[in-house]
Design a protein. Structure first.
Ligand code: IPD
Ligand code: CA
Ligand code: CA
Length: 290
């Protein structure tokens, strides 16, 4: 993806120090949200659909977001914010924009399926550069910043070395508009399941990206996402040596909602297959590779 205009991060402290300050604040916010998510676990009083069928919001989403916002605002009152539950504060095109998903994997959480996380990313001039993702159920804190590397629970992480799509384990997801469009990822999911070692649908985009970053998974693609689903994970994955683009390998645009994110080794092959399956007759590939 495009490299951030780091020269414009600002004068004063050296760049690395500034990024590490942002990372520390993102981490504090993710951990604070994690406490809320743990406290509300199994005790939800309100689970409502907020728009499309299946798009849920609970008091855990709202309380976790309040905890995150308090921390970000305390440290960076001038920065803009895009938060899933409370919306936009400041200019989305501002130099500094925090993209916040207080509970990524709300459906899992509401069903007490323990796979969710708080995800906090910072975009500088539109480019994700810092991310912190905390999964309180596995007690895993993923962090990363451009130029500073990535860690899981303070241990350095790196993408896998799998270099053939046929030997890869992938992950994807399905957006809440999936009943409204034929561009719903169903063909892609089945086709890639057919030609790889498997495709998981774990239900939390941020954790999907973090798992590619630490080599548990080799690649991820999805459509219909929002900047808060992606910002932190993209920063962490790139810091861990991964590659992030559009499906066709053009530069990634977080506003497009579409992402292809891999260990780099299988990127070209996965891109090719995603473009291929979108062009052929549905199910025409069945049986072709046995
Ligand atoms: C959802 C999850 C899911 C993805 C959806 C997202 P939410 O976020 O990340 O994995 O497939 O598209 O909207 O609603 O649980 O924050
Ligand atoms: Ca989300
Ligand atoms: Ca969410």
């Amino acid at each position: 993806m495009n490299s951030p205009q780091l020269s414009s991060i600002g004068a004063g402290a050296p760049l690395e120090n500034q990024l590490s300050t942002y990372l520390d604040v993102a981490t504090a916010a993710a951990l604070a949200a994690g406490e809320v998510l743990q406290a509300c676990w199994g005790k939800l009083e309100s689970i409502v659909e907020k728009g499309r069928p299946g798009d849920l919001v609970t008091e855990a989403d709202k309380q976790a977001e309040a905890a995150i916002l308090a921390i970000i605002r305390q440290h960076f009152p001038d920065h803009s914010i895009l938060a899933e539950e409370s919306g936009q504060f400041g200019d989305l095109n501002a130099e500094y924009l925090w993209a916040i998903d207080p509970l990524d994997g709300t459906t899992n959480y509401a069903h007490q399926y323990p796979f969710s996380a708080a995800s906090i990313g910072l975009l500088i001039n539109g480019v994700p550069v810092v991310g912190a993702i905390f999964d309180p159920f596995h007690k895993e804190l993923f962090r990363g910043a451009v130029g500073l590397g990535a860690t899981c629970n303070d241990k350095p992480i790196h993408v896998s070395s799998v270099n053939k799509l046929a030997q890869s384990l992938l992950v994807t997801g399905f957006a809440y508009d999936r009943r409204e469009t034929l561009d719903n990822n169903y063909q892609e999911f089945c086709y890639l399941t057919h030609i790889t070692q498997g495709v998981r649908r774990a239900g939390a985009a941020s954790v999907d990206l973090a798992y590619v970053a630490c080599g548990r998974l080799d690649g991820y693609w999805e459509r219909g996402l929002s900047p808060w689903d992606l910002a932190a994970g993209v920063a962490i994955l790139e810091a861990a040596g991964g590659t992030v683009t559009a499906y066709d390998r053009r530069p990634f645009d977080i506003r497009s909602g579409r992402i292809l994110a891999t260990n780099g080794q299988i990127h070209a092959e996965l891109s090719q297959e995603l473009l291929h399956v979108a062009q052929i007759e549905p199910w025409s590939w069945l049986g072709v590779r046995g």
